[in-house]
Design a protein around this ligand. Structure first.
Ligand code: ADP
Ligand code: MG
Length: 214
């Protein structure tokens, strides 16, 4: 039996007070990529809408495991997941900058904040910027659903985020059908279309994330 070397347990929080910014998409894609890298990977869904949990139901018996937990149970849930061998946790959160986001940020090693590169969405980053700065956690804005050729839009978004004191992930995710088509089936972009731009973007994001965690 080949042994898998133990990996450093990692917890990633995905937060943003805007619905539809790509939290759940990012959570399930990163957790699945971690499973491919032989992590015992788990998504903890703290959103009462339970979209990640529904994705897990559609997915069936494949990694990552998806469990739900109310924010007040988050730390305990992670603790027991780790006792059960889980070494990569991605926390999906509801669209608020309240207790759920705060608890997720508190237990995270790194925080990712997906946002569309649009004025109203960027404006909504402010409360999240306050939370991460208070918690003193490394946090990165991930520009998501970026329309192709939107260089001015993304440059403006980067400036706005920087003005709020937020770091920006150099990898952007485009507006790609493979993201929503795959998620709707309990799969990921790489699983339905390995050579898609969406799959390549997640791969680049995964590599970048590993560098940050090193
Ligand atoms: N980069 C993207 N390209 C295309 N569709 C996307 C992208 N990111 C998210 N979506 C779709 O947008 C909708 C909202 O995304 P979701 O991840 O559920 O956001 P949130 O969890 O922040 O509410 C979903 O239907 C999802 O499939
Ligand atoms: Mg969601």
């Amino acid at each position: 039996m080949p042994t898998i070397s133990p990996k450093t347990p990692t917890t990633i929080a995905i937060v943003s007070q805007k619905g539809g910014s790509g939290k759940t998409t990012l959570a399930v894609h990163l957790a699945t990529r971690a499973a491919v890298a032989k992590y015992e990977s788990c998504v903890i869904d703290t959103d009462p809408q339970a979209t990640a949990a529904a994705w897990g139901d559609w997915r069936g018996d494949f990694l990552p495991v998806v469990v739900t937990a109310p924010p007040a149970r988050l730390a305990r849930t992670i603790e027991s997941a780790k006792k059960n061998g889980v070494d990569f946790v991605v926390i999906d959160t509801p669209p608020h900058a309240d207790a759920a986001a705060r608890e997720a940020i508190k237990v995270a090693d790194i925080v990712l904040v997906p946002t569309k590169p649009r004025a109203f969405d960027l404006h909504a980053l402010e409360p999240i910027a306050d939370l991460v700065s208070f918690a003193q956690k490394p946090a990165y804005v991930v520009l998501n659903a970026v329309p192709s050729g939107a260089t001015v839009l993304t440059a403006d978004a980067r400036t706005t985020a920087k003005e709020m004191g937020l770091e920006i992930c150099p990898i952007e995710l485009g507006d790609r059908a493979a993201f929503h088509r795959s998620s709707a089936k309990g799969e990921t972009a790489a699983e339905i279309k390995p050579d898609s731009k969406a799959a390549k973007e997640i791969e680049a994001l995964w590599k970048w994330l590993n560098k940050q965690l090193d």
